[in-house]
Design a protein around this ligand. Sequence first.
Ligand code: ADP
Length: 388
Amino acid sequence: MTTQRLLVLNAGSSSIKFAVYERAPDPGALVTGQVENITAAARLIMRPADGKAETIALGQTDHVAALQEIMTHAVIPTGDGAIAGVGHRIAHGGLEFTEPTRIDETVVAKLKTLEPLAPLHQPHNLAAVAASHRVFPDAVQIACFDTAFHRGHPWVNDTFAIPRSYYDKGVRRYGFHGLSYDYVTDKLQSIAPDIATGRVIIAHLGNGASMCAVKDGRSIASTMGFSALDGLPMGTRCGQLDPGVLLYLLEHEGMSTAEITALLYKESGLKGISCLSNDMRELEASSDPAAKEAIDYFVFRIRREVGAMAAVLGGIDAIVFCGGIGENSATIRANVCEDMDWLGLQVDASANAKNALRINAGTVPILVIPTDEERVIARALVAALPSD
Ligand code: ADP
């Protein structure tokens, strides 16, 4: 009997995050990691579930070579190396893809047409799909979409107030981080079923950050819209911006669309305001007033959205924090919930300091749930594989 493995890939411009799973009904990761800095001095970082993290220098590489290194160092040592399926995190599923989808040439062609809607994510996601077909030609390949969780959201959260013809062309609010929201809502069903059927705000606060208002497990509103730029400020992305600023940059600063794209995706957010770093740990450790202002703006925008989402939901039954910042920064969580007794939100300082699952002192549960987008993809992969 072969010990088949599943591989989950999340590819960015210069990195491929991966997770290797045993083929099992609800698989747990055997090893997670990433290949970083792909085009230059690449390195493979591996974190086995039951061992010590290891880093291997790879030198210059590309997506195909990076997958081969993952195979050699991370997959084979966990079994005999047979990969039954590869699951890909794909940023944009557009209007059509609302479920995990088996990848073939037609699907790839359709997903390519969505590249302009997620220019800094989709092309890299699809590069990994192409590389994966070369390295694992016999494996089932599926795509799981960050937009899918939101596709059933109400029309008022789907549209912009511009002429309707653009809506018909697909200029809509899609929303992202759907795999994370999927994981959290599913987890709520097992750990707090009473909350899972209620009105929940989920704050996914990582390098990318967004919030989702969830009612009975379904997305009602989200802070991200047409692109992954909208809503909360992020590590390097601007978050909500008056469109008049874009007109100003185009007309009066003489900037090209490429320059504006780089500015809004890579130079803004926490990095842009602090002039220091996109990394929350560095900002929290800094005594620079600009670092404090960047954190203050981040917290302010989250608090605004808590109020807006509470209004949209007609009250809240719980708030959940996840993502690197949401799971680890007691300060951010405390500041977000400060003086929110009017919503029933009050933080228990001691539980908060420990990143405990429940950190509320008040009536409304405040939860910290480590998210696991890869696991959502692995489960979808198991469901998509033909039974033996
Ligand atoms: P990504 O969106 O790239 O998956 P993550 O979810 O890993 O990002 O989140 C990365 C962010 O989490 C960084 O800003 C990092 O500084 C922050 N972070 C991680 N650990 C901590 C911590 N202990 N305190 C504050 N921020 C943290």
